[in-house]
Design a protein around this ligand. Structure first.
Ligand SMILES: [Zn+2]
Length: 85
């Protein structure tokens, strides 16, 4: 799961911990939403790790959307910069 950059459009591979940004996300919400009725009785907490390479981490962060689950989203400050530019 942690073999490449979380940005689907980026091919950077995960090599060194000190490069880019590591995210630790609790994906229990996504798990509950996607499991069957029997399994939702006992939702399991799942901690997943995601990694963004350095160039992507400068522009992106990770967020959760009900439709797609964990997804990459622009950093708020990157958005603000785009709007004022
Ligand atoms: Zn990347």
């Amino acid at each position: 799961m942690l073999s490449k950059c979380a940005n689907p459009g980026c091919a950077a591979t995960f090599l060194y911990l000190h490069q880019g940004k590591l995210f630790r996300l609790d994906t229990s919400i996504a798990v509950v939403a996607s499991t069957s009725a029997a399994e939702t009785k006992k939702p399991s907490r799942r901690i997943e790790f995601f990694w963004l390479c350095h160039p992507c981490a400068a522009e992106l962060t990770l967020g959760y959307k009900r439709e797609t689950g964990i997804t990459v989203v622009p950093l708020p400050k990157a958005l603000a910069r785009a709007q004022t530019a």
